[in-house]
Design a protein around this ligand. Structure first.
Ligand code: S3P
Length: 190
C-alpha cells in the first residue's frame, strides 16, 4: 500500500491509540469552509502530519484538480479521492483536509468514519462566496452566478453534511480559533 509523501513527525506530542483517542482528524465540509487552513493549523499544534487530499492527488498525478476535471472528467477525480479514503485506514497522527465532495460516496463516508474523528466545518453561503471570490481553482464553481452556484450545490449536499455528528461553524472565525475547537473536539470525543 502506498503512503502519503509527507513525512511523519518523529515523536507525536500527544499519544493516541485506536479505540481511545481517534488516530486521525478528518475535516470535511463544503468548499471555502476553511478545511485546509484550519487543518494545517491543528496539525502544527498537535505536532501531527497534515494531508490535503486534493493536494496529494495533484502531486501524485502531476496535474491540478482543475486540469484533471477538464481532461478526464469528474469521475476520474472521484475515483482517486475514493482510493485515498481507502488508504487512510493505515494513517496515524494525521490531520486530513478533504475535498468538499468526498462525502457524496457512501463508501467514502464509512471509510472516513473508520479512519478517524470526522468533523464537518460549516459556513454561510455569503461567507463561502466571499472566501472564494478570487478563486479560479474550483471546477464546480466555474462560470457566472457564483453565489447561486454555491447556494444550489450547498443545498443539494446539505443533508449529507448534516449526517456528520461533529460540526463547527466557522463564520467570522479565524482558522486558529477553529483549529482550537477541532482539537477540543478531538480531545473530548473518546
Ligand atoms: C470539490 C471540492 C474541492 C475539490 C474539487 C471538488 C467539491 O475541494 O475537491 O474541486 O466537489 O466540492 P475543496 O473543498 O478543498 O475546495
Amino acid at each position: 500500500m502506498s503512503t502519503p509523501e509527507q513525512p511523519h513527525p518523529p515523536t507525536p506530542s500527544l499519544s493516541t491509540e485506536r479505540g481511545s483517542l481517534a488516530a486521525n482528524i478528518i475535516l470535511v465540509g463544503f468548499m471555502g469552509t476553511g478545511k485546509t487552513t484550519t487543518g494545517r493549523s491543528a496539525a502544527i499544534q498537535l505536532g501531527w502530519r497534515f494531508v490535503d487530499t486534493d493536494h496529494l492527488i495533484e502531486r501524485r498525478i502531476g496535474k491540478s484538480v482543475r486540469a484533471l476535471f477538464e481532461s478526464e472528467g469528474e469521475a476520474a477525480f472521484r475515483k482517486l479521492e475514493s482510493d485515498l479514503c481507502a488508504e487512510m485506514a493505515s494513517w496515524e497522527h494525521t490531520v486530513v483536509a478533504t475535498g468538499g465532495g468526498i462525502l457524496l460516496d457512501p463508501v467514502n463516508r464509512e471509510r472516513l468514519q473508520a479512519a478517524g474523528l470526522v468533523i464537518c466545518l460549516t459556513a454561510s453561503v455569503e461567507q463561502i462566496a466571499s472566501r472564494l471570490e478570487y478563486d479560479s481553482n474550483r471546477p464546480l464553481l466555474k462560470g457566472a452566478d457564483r453565489v447561486e452556484r454555491i447556494a444550489g450545490l450547498l443545498e443539494t449536499r446539505q443533508a449529507i453534511y448534516e449526517t456528520v455528528t461533529h460540526r463547527i461553524e466557522t463564520n467570522g472565525q479565524t482558522p486558529a480559533a477553529v483549529a482550537e475547537k477541532v482539537i477540543e473536539l478531538w480531545r473530548s470525543a473518546r
